[in-house]
Design a protein around this ligand. Structure first.
Ligand code: 2M8
Length: 449
């Protein structure tokens, strides 16, 4: 067993190892660019080490912001080595893309406002207001874009157009939809003849991580096919929706948005900035509309099809995200907590699994279909505290820290055995470890952890 000081310094070494000056890559090899929600979680780690560096992490993310307000899910590293990656996205096909950097053409869960507030907590009042003023225009533009472009019917919930926008890539509810309704004929044909296996030769990811720990070849083809269709429509939401491509009101994304809106309003209030009345109305509506995702029969929340409003009743880690939103009733929160306490659902030896154990999709080593991830644990622990479940939150943090005591800061872990999986020296695992240990020390200076 290593003590917390050595874990802290190992986590710091991971962050320094992945630091590219302006931003921190998630991991060597597999993830050589900047990602939206990664940088937000990574900034939580940097804020305890060097607040100026933490600010740079967020500001460099904003270099990628589109003229219409979208904060893209990836900002690409420059240089000829990554030409192929930039070419997959070709952000320049959109008139809204920035000129100085190339980016992806979709977004990711809006963790920006949370990161901005968490950094602000490390500053004195004057600096905090200066920081909020500096980032407010970009944050306002992002929230206005989310509301106008991603909630075209004014329903309060935003729609997502690619599984990558949820951050949970091959998560069961999205993959179930894809397999049942949206798999193009040519991928079905490859699948039928077993020839999709050949495409494995062109996959870059499986050069870094064993195949069984990543998405399947069929899923890889489908993810890239969907991405290519979005590119063909120049990432123009009207053209995309006209062709009824994937459009889902994702539970994780919208739960994070509810909380992001609260943080956004807190920032605005603190600097006495005006928030357009239309946006204020939308914020209220979003909070109320999250309840439309509740299913009284199975007593849980789900994502929803944007067009038909059908609930996509496949449980996943998203099921627990309304705890982080913080706006659901105590009674509903209690039902969610029960599923975390249940060792056959979300409560195995190393919680919280990205798919419940009693799901047909559950696979303890396959990416977002079973393994335990640090960022979702950070969100759930935060939500548990908000509802007064302090012991549950502590246990979750302790259980997660147990996973890194071996000194391995992996991308994800087997929830049954604790085995480290995915990419090694993964930035948000290290950053969140630092955040938990440091925040705990600040609150309890004499504690052993
Ligand atoms: C994973 O997603 C990327 C695509 O965005 C990938 O599969 O290559 C997800 O785990 C996502 O949540 C994360 O932000 C990203 C970088 O760590 O990797």
């Amino acid at each position: 067993m290593r003590d917390s000081d050595s874990i802290l310094s190992q986590a710091e070494a991971v962050l320094h190892g992945n630091d590219r000056g302006l931003y921190t890559i998630p991991a060597h090899g597999l993830y050589p660019h900047q990602w939206l929600w990664d940088s937000c979680f990574i900034a939580l780690g940097w804020r305890h080490l060097a607040i100026e560096r933490a600010k740079i992490e967020i500001l460099s993310l904003l270099r990628g912001q589109w003229k219409n307000g979208m904060v893209p899910h990836m900002v690409f590293t420059s240089g000829s080595a990554y030409k192929r990656d930039r070419n997959i996205w070709r952000s320049w096909v959109s008139p809204f893309a920035p000129e100085d950097v190339t980016t992806s053409g979709i977004t990711q869960p809006p963790m920006l406002a949370e990161a901005i507030v968490q950094l602000g907590e490390k500053m004195d009042l004057l600096d905090r207001r200066g920081w909020y003023r500096q980032v407010f225009p970009a944050l306002l533009a992002f929230h206005e874009w989310l509301s106008a472009e991603r909630d075209p019917h004014g329903e309060g919930l935003t729609l997502q157009i690619h599984p990558w926008e949820t951050g949970l890539d091959n998560t069961p509810p999205w993959m179930a939809e894809l397999h049942e309704h949206l798999l193009p004929w040519w991928i079905r044909a490859l699948q039928k003849t077993g020839t999709e296996k050949l495409t494995g030769m062109f996959r870059r990811d499986t050069r870094f991580v064993p195949k069984a720990q990543r998405f399947s070849n069929v899923d890889a083809l489908a993810l890239y096919d969907t991405q290519r269709r979005l590119r063909r429509k120049a990432y123009d939401i009207n053209r995309i929706l006209d062709h009824s491509l994937f459009a889902i009101e994702d539970l994780t994304f919208n739960s994070i948005l509810v909380r992001a809106n609260e943080n956004f309003l807190q920032i605005a209030k603190s600097i006495r900035a005006d928030v357009p009345p239309e946006l204020l109305k939308r914020v209220e509506l979003t909070r109320a509309s999250l309840e439309d995702l509740w299913d009284p029969f199975t007593e849980q929340y789900y994502s929803r099809d944007f067009t038909t409003h059908r609930l996509l009743k496949t449980p996943s880690i998203a099921t627990l995200m309304p705890l982080y939103a913080g706006t659901i009733s105590k009674e509903r929160a209690a039902l969610l907590v029960k599923s975390i306490e249940n060792e056959h659902i979300f409560g195995p030896a190393y919680p919280v699994p990205s798919a419940p154990l009693n799901s047909a999709w559950f696979d303890p080593i396959r990416y977002w279909q079973g393994p335990t991830w640090f960022n979702t644990n950070w969100l759930i622990a935060d939500g548990l505290r908000r509802y007064g479940y302090h012991d549950h939150a502590e246990a979750l943090v302790e259980g997660s820290l147990e996973l890194v005591r071996s000194g391995k800061f992996n991308e994800y872990y087997n929830p049954l055995s604790g085995e480290p999986l995915g990419a090694q020296n993964f930035s948000w695992t290290a950053a969140i470890t630092r955040d938990w240990l440091r925040s705990h020390k600040e609150k309890h200076p004499d504690a052993k952890r």
